[in-house]
Design a protein around this ligand. Structure first.
Ligand SMILES: Nc1ncnc2c1ncn2[C@@H]1O[C@H](COP(=O)(O)OP(=O)(O)OP(=O)(O)O)[C@@H](O)[C@H]1O
Length: 250
């Protein structure tokens, strides 16, 4: 079953044609990896899925993006609600300069949760889901800025989970992390995929093979090939995919 369907999507920033005729589907409760050389449009693509590009003044798109059959660019779509359903984790951990607790409670508060028991419960559940609870449960009032980079990234994942999303977009979530923190995030992705649809942009081919079921290869704003990750890496159909994964360019 597909959670996201993209039909004839073209994206422009001013005169620059950034994404070209993208047609793809993202399966529910699986991990899809997006690979491709720098500047080929991977971040722009995932930012199109939760309408983050709307914030860029010269952004324009053609085509359709459906979340569970609903057109997300329909003028009636509530964008705040959409971003709650499609959460995002960025390359560099970006906790708020607030306590660990308040970072996770933030989204709940802005969505109107004020009951303390409910807040405590959701913060604990989210930190547990993000595999961070044991490390922070005795210092929830400490500043999030005092956590390590890897812990901060898991906190950002907890902050996203607290909003009860359906999809989590991850834009190179491990690129600023050391190998041990990277392994923790990858383990977490394995755990989360049973409940969430995850799309991860990565430059690390091994990471794509470790975490994802499906992979799409982007080049110059186009999807060159999408398939099961094993197929993409063992038996790519397109010569350009083969050249990229074997390190001949990019
Ligand atoms: N706000 C913007 N205005 C104009 N052009 C932009 C804007 N943001 C990105 N671009 C351009 O869009 C293209 C795609 O960029 P994007 O960040 O999506 O690529 P990427 O594949 O994610 O790259 P990387 O792997 O380096 O993060 C690039 O040519 C970039 O310069």
């Amino acid at each position: 079953m597909n959670r996201i369907e993209v039909k004839d999507l073209n994206v422009y920033f001013g005169d620059a044609h950034i994404l070209k005729d993208i047609n793809t589907e993202i399966a529910k409760n699986t991990v899809t990896a997006l690979i491709g050389p720098s500047g080929c449009g991977k971040s722009t693509f995932i930012r199109t899925l939760n309408r983050m590009n709307d914030l860029i003044p010269n952004f324009r798109h053609e085509g359709d993006v459906y979340l569970d059959g609903k057109d997300i660019y329909n003028p009636k779509m509530d964008v705040v609600d959409l971003r709650k359903k499609i959460g995002m984790v960025f390359q560099k951990p970006n906790p708020f300069p607030k306590s660990i607790f308040e970072n996770v409670a933030y989204g709940l508060r802005i969505h109107g949760v004020s009951d303390n028991d409910k807040l405590n419960q959701r913060v604990e559940e989210s930190l547990k889901s993000a595999a961070l609870w044991d490390e922070v449960k005795d210092k929830l009032d400490n500043s999030a800025m005092g956590l390590s980079g890897g812990q901060q990234q898991r906190l950002c994942i907890a902050r996203t989970i607290a909003n009860n999303p359906e999809v989590i977009l991850m834009d190179e979530p491990c690129s600023a992390l050391d190998p041990i923190s990277t392994t923790k995030i990858e383990d977490l992705i394995h755990k989360l995929k049973t409940e969430y649809t995850i799309i991860i942009v990565t430059h690390n081919m091994q990471q794509a093979t470790r975490v994802s079921k499906y992979t799409s290869f982007f080049l110059n704003g186009e999807i060159i090939e999408s398939n099961l990750t094993d197929k993409i890496f063992i038996d790519p159909k397109n010569k350009k995919t083969e050249d990229y994964i074997t390190g001949r360019f990019g």
